[in-house]
Design a protein around this ligand. Structure first.
Ligand SMILES: [Zn+2]
Length: 77
């Protein structure tokens, strides 16, 4: 009697999940299994992360602008 594997190693979580909850993906290193849960979580998190990234970029920009202004003032004296 052969037992078919019902779980596969999830490269995202680093552990095994039931195959029914997973999807096989083609990556650079070959075919790998990843759970649907983590795929969906990444999809949902992306929009949030994009918004966060934009916020940080805007903060950095205004900060460097105020720094540049201070430098100019010092140089003018
Ligand atoms: Zn997983």
């Amino acid at each position: 009697m052969t037992t078919t594997p019902t779980t596969a190693y999830c490269y995202h979580c680093g552990k095994h999940h039931p195959i029914e909850e997973m999807r096989q993906l083609a990556t650079k290193t070959g075919k790998r299994w990843r759970c649907i849960k983590s795929i969906e979580a990444t999809k949902q998190g992306r929009t949030e992360r994009d918004a966060f990234g934009k916020r940080v970029t805007a903060n950095n920009k205004s900060e460097s602008q105020s720094k540049a202004r201070i430098t100019l003032n010092v140089a003018g004296q």
